[in-house]
Design a protein around this ligand. Structure first.
Ligand SMILES: Cc1cc2nc3c(=O)[nH]c(=O)nc-3n(C[C@H](O)[C@H](O)[C@H](O)COP(=O)(O)O)c2cc1C
Length: 212
């Protein structure tokens, strides 16, 4: 099948792209409004883009059914300039999903999901105590693109549970962290437990030798 995205409705484009750019890491973002009200929501249009400086990016669409009205996460980050990316692992995946429900403003998705919070090192929004790793970020810039916003955040501090750090690198013991990835918009995710394959990078000299 071929699709012309210059003619396709936005919903078709969305379904195709989120099923093809996979698996995606999930940022469960905690942010606060000006009054200090805590918000948590997951975003899989997410990755790091560089490490020097350390920049992560998140794509946030408008609120469903409303045009040019940002989701609370994007609004909070624009107003207060800080957020925390809580890394989503298997053990908190169900709770993460609850945070994606559009609860009325007076209901706290953090409490409903059964998360608790703990202070961050450098930013005002707390991290989730149940998350094994978290990236504390300050807004670097926000680009308004059509009906979406791409938020770039500079990572200013990182928390990782000692169990998941090999101090030699330091490296992350990724095969033990069990992060999950999002596969499409149908509620499908992948586990990374037992799913590791190791493909070492090949130095050119070694590649030449092996061809002889
Ligand atoms: C796993 C997962 C990933 C999601 N990724 C995104 C995303 O990348 N961008 C987006 O705008 N919404 C995404 N959503 C939907 C938001 O989480 C949802 O709209 C949420 O209610 C927004 O909350 P907020 O208004 O408190 O920011 C995702 C939902 C789930 C379950």
């Amino acid at each position: 099948m071929q699709f012309d995205l210059e003619k396709a409705p936005a919903s078709v484009t969305y379904r195709l792209l989120i099923g093809l750019v996979t698996p995606r890491p999930i940022a469960l973002i905690t942010s606060m409004n000006e009054a200090g009200r805590l918000n948590a929501a997951p975003f899989s249009a997410y990755n790091y883009f560089c490490t020097d400086p350390p920049i992560v990016g998140i794509g946030v669409t408008d609120r469903p059914g409303e045009e040019f009205v940002p989701k609370d996460t994007a609004r909070n980050i624009r107003r207060t300039g800080e957020f925390v990316v809580n890394v989503v692992t298997e053990d908190i995946a169900e709770k993460m999903n609850i945070c994606a429900t559009d609860f009325p403003a007076e209901m706290s998705e953090v409490e409903i999901a059964g998360f608790t919070t703990t202070p961050s090192q450098k930013v005002r929004p707390p991290r989730l105590a149940e998350a094994h790793a978290a990236l504390e970020c300050r807004e670097y810039t926000t680009m308004e693109i059509g009906r979406s916003r791409i938020i770039l955040g500079r990572v200013v501090a990182i928390y990782v549970d000692d169990r998941y750090v090999d101090p030699a690198g330091p490296y992350i013991r990724a095969e033990e962290l069990h992060s999950v990835g999002r596969m499409n918009g149908l509620g499908n995710y992948v586990r990374t437990r037992d799913a590791f394959i190791t493909i070492p990078r090949i130095p050119y000299e070694e590649w030449k030798k092996n061809r002889q």
